[in-house]
Design a protein around this ligand. Structure first.
Ligand code: SF4
Ligand code: SF4
Length: 320
């Protein structure tokens, strides 16, 4: 069990229910070429959990049978999973939007020399993490040399047309704070990113998504070890905005793990909290075909306050 789970389980977060399912977020595994301090997955080069072909086929079967409009691929570094390209091509052939949550440095990993071109050829939208536009901050959070690797990755993507005005190759960047604070206003920070990255490196991108760090996995453990867990929870709760409840991402998204089990969101996946309120019963993607999800209660915990604090936070950035 994860260190912060017992601290999050008992909650006064308001009950929420599912709306129509629109987005399938697949965590293809926890292997990653990086090992960032803020990672809510605890991903890294030593993780071995990986989606196999049988489970990837189940995902595509479900996609075929449902009217989901977006397939959102995450990890770890999703591109390093052998099933990644099968899922991309399966999703694109069904006409759904495919998103790759890319850490940028993966574009330089051995064997991935063709990755950027592959993503462009398949019209995959890229959501790329760049937690700051300043080199020191990025390297502190993600490791030495990661900032330079990320800039080279962005140049490669821009050269293919990603992030350019009027291009349909969508490139969004992701910001998350360095420590236990809320992200600054999204639009203002996007303007700062655009100005700095444009002037210093000639980099273009479409949008910036600001994400709040949730107190789980590596970030949660760091909070506990520094005695910051409770103050951070107090901050999230004091910034609660009820209007964000209507657009938290679990309303229209489900999260599938590398083994095909279903969660209300990727954070709940990391806390091993299965979809719905029954903590003891896991649902497999196989069983989803027969189930109506709309109206089902969502599994909540105190970490949910991270999604509703301030301007709100989701895989699509701020909520309000
Ligand atoms: S935050 Fe992203 S890039 Fe960093 S270790 Fe986690 S999955 Fe990998
Ligand atoms: S953490 Fe956020 S997305 Fe996940 S169940 Fe809670 S409110 Fe929903």
């Amino acid at each position: 069990m994860h260190a912060t789970f017992p601290l999050l389980e008992k909650t006064d977060f308001p009950p929420i229910k599912r709306a129509k399912l629109e987005i399938l977020q697949i965590n293809v595994g926890y292997y990653c070429n990086l090992s960032c301090t803020h990672c809510h997955v605890n991903a890294g080069p030593k993780r071995t959990e990986m989606m196999d072909e049988k489970t990837a086929d189940k995902v595509l079967e479900f996609l075929e049978a449902s009217d989901v409009h977006t397939l959102d691929l995450t990890g770890g570094a999703p591109e390093l999973n052998p099933q990644f390209r099968k899922l991309v091509e399966g999703g694109r052939s069904k006409g759904v939007r495919v998103i790759d949550r890319c850490n940028l440095t993966v574009l330089e990993e051995p064997g991935q020399e063709d990755l950027a071109q592959y993503l462009a050829d398949n019209q995959v939208d890229i959501v790329a993490s760049l937690p700051c536009y300043l080199e020191d901050n990025v390297n502190k959070q993600r490791g030495k040399g990661v900032f330079d690797g990320s800039i080279r990755g962005l140049h490669k993507l821009n050269a293919l047309g990603y992030g350019k005005e009027n291009s349909n190759l969508r490139l969004d960047l992701v910001f998350n704070p360095q420590g236990p604070v809320l992200p600054p206003p999204q639009q203002q920070l996007e303007d700062d990113y655009r100005q700095f990255l444009g002037e210093q490196f000639g980099i273009e991108f479409h949008g910036l998504l600001t994400l709040t760090n949730l107190p789980i996995q590596r970030f949660g453990s760091m909070l506990i070890s520094k005695g910051q867990f409770h103050p951070y929870m107090d901050l999230l709760k004091s910034a609660y905005r009820p209007e964000n409840l209507f657009s938290v991402m679990c309303k229209n998204t489900i999260s599938i793990d590398y083994d095909g089990f279903v969660y209300d969101c990727d954070f709940n996946q990391m806390l091993a909290m299965p979809m719905g309120r029954n903590r003891l019963k896991r649902t497999h993607i196989d069983e989803l075909m027969q189930r109506e999800l709309e109206g089902l209660p969502i599994a909540i915990g105190d970490h949910c306050y991270g999604c509703t604090a301030g301007q709100g936070s989701s895989c699509g950035g701020a909520l309000s």
